[in-house]
Ligand binder design. Structure first.
Ligand code: TMP
Length: 236
């Protein structure tokens, strides 16, 4: 596979065209961003750790029957993916209260949510990713009703698979964000799954082992990601 011109540079990844019109190369950079790009720093080895972490998780999801864009890792920081037509919404499931939910509703951080909650956000940094609902998604043509249903179904299926995977490693999957796209008419999981886009706490101590360490200036960010990978038995 030949890497060609840059298609898009996001906050933490760069996407390249390839010689195959249906395939792209994702490059995971060390850039780490929070608060819609307000705080950005380079963290040594983060690109490599997230590329491999993402590969490990996406493979587990594929094994569980969830279609993902990932084809293969081709270097420490690069993976080949299918070229999806991305839907510009973010799907968030929460198992425990944290982050924006705590701010918005004034509930206590760490409260277990039963049932887990589901929220849609518009992917738009300039507008600070506002929360939206299914009516907005349909009215503005971001996705159709059946695609919305599929995204919800797959996002909850991911929860079943990953809650157990992390629990077996002594970790709580607090919340996470997924993005989907369309490939040959089928909804597939796109973007990435790494500690940049979810919250993971030690099940005993509730120590934060995800990007909240960066958001809150706690330090040891990549070290925490490596610790999670080690507990999962991922080769990073
Ligand atoms: P929130 O508490 O800020 O709404 O985020 C919920 C989860 O989704 C958290 O694990 C972080 C993740 N997330 C992103 O990674 N990027 C985003 O743009 C948003 C809105 C959430």
């Amino acid at each position: 596979m030949e890497k060609r011109s840059e298609l898009y540079r996001g906050k933490a990844k760069t996407v390249y065209h390839t010689d195959d019109p249906d395939r792209l190369i994702l490059e995971f950079r060390n850039d780490t961003s929070a608060f819609d790009g307000e705080k950005v720093e380079q963290l040594a080895d983060k690109g490599k750790v997230n590329n491999k972490f993402n590969h490990f998780i996406m493979s587990k999801l594929e094994e569980a029957g969830i279609p993902t864009q990932l084809d293969e890792c081709i270097s420490d920081t690069e993976s080949v993916v299918k070229k999806l037509d991305m839907i510009p919404v973010e799907c968030v499931v929460r198992n425990y209260a944290a982050g924006s939910l705590v701010k918005r509703l004034g509930v206590k951080e760490g409260m277990e949510l039963s049932p887990p909650t589901f929220e849609f956000f518009l992917k738009n940094d300039a507008l600070h990713d506002p929360m939206i609902n299914e009516y907005h998604i349909q009215a503005f043509g971001w996705a159709k009703a059946e695609q919305i249903e599929k995204m919800k179904e797959l996002t909850f299926k991911v929860n079943d698979v990953l809650k157990k995977l992390f629990a077996d490693a002594g970790l709580l999957l607090v919340d996470y964000k997924l993005e989907f796209g369309v490939f040959n008419g089928e909804i597939m999981l796109g973007d990435e799954f790494s500690p940049d886009g979810c919250r993971l706490w030690d099940a005993e101590t509730r120590e934060k082992l995800d990007k909240d360490r960066f958001r809150q200036g706690l330090g040891g960010v990549v070290e925490a990601y490596r610790e999670v990978a080690k507990r999962l038995g991922a080769d990073i």
